[in-house]
Design a protein around this ligand. Sequence first.
Ligand code: NAP
Length: 286
Amino acid sequence: MIVNHQTALMGIIGNPLGHSLSPLMHNSTLAKMGLNYVYLPLQVAPGCLRASLEGLRALNFIGVNVTVPYKKEVIQFLDELSPEASACEAVNLIRNKNGHLVGYNTDGRGFMASLEEEGIQSIHRVIMIGAGGAAYSIAYELSSAGAEQIDILDIEQDKAAALAEFVNQLPGGKASGMRMNDELFIHLSAQADLVINCTPVGMFPNIKGTPVSSLDKVRGAAVIYDLIYNPLVTRFLAMAEARQLKTINGSSMLVHQGALTLEILTGVQPPLAYMKEVILNSCQRG
Ligand code: NAP
């Protein structure tokens, strides 16, 4: 990669950023595409978010991804929001159009693209475990795509109820929000088409964790999805594999939301298969 006065700047803002695979994925892909762009990890200290956005304008960055803990806080400093970002009240991508900052949320669309890639078209009943930031964008897209019922379980009853209320306010949205407990999960899981772990439980280094103790009652045709990509096979997915259920790990969503980032910022469709190869080569199986 040659960086010169014409190199276009992009990056990711968040704190911490040590875990992020986005710089590796994007820099490798941009080089593969032959584009004169560079993607930088930009760790933003607490209290410096507004100044960092002024910096992006001043230095003419074309855009940045946004990650934990700034996905919501950043909204107040932006000039415009996409419909998804506005509905979910969370932004994971900012595009700088000559100083006019537009916020997008590509997490949910990345998730839906990963389902499509696996040939999964119609989803009727969903269980979402965890009602944090990622869950909002996924619930928004699943509901918009016609999911008939979304049951949300979180260790905090208020969070589950708030996400259910958000879904129930969408046109055609139908959701329930309850405090996570194993018995309830087992009862609901007998009817679900899709079960999604939207919590960090099971993520490196705490790989022994699992958000549920059993998948025994899940239907044989159900899909088990874990948003975690490190490791690629969490204990939750290993439990599903042991029952020969279809599983999807978080690498696919990561790649698809990353591809949407590049498409929005460069106007060029990136090579998905190459992006996936980069991610899979840098993740552990479990
Ligand atoms: P988050 O905002 O922290 O949300 C996680 C939620 O799950 C919180 O409400 C948390 O409650 C709850 N929770 C924790 N343990 C639980 C349990 N045992 N049962 C039920 N609920 C539980 O995190 P996020 O940003 O939404 O991210 C969630 C996961 O998705 C992370 O692993 C993240 O790395 C992954 N992710 C992947 C992608 C991708 O592209 N693959 C994209 C975005 C996120 P408390 O707040 O009380 O702990």
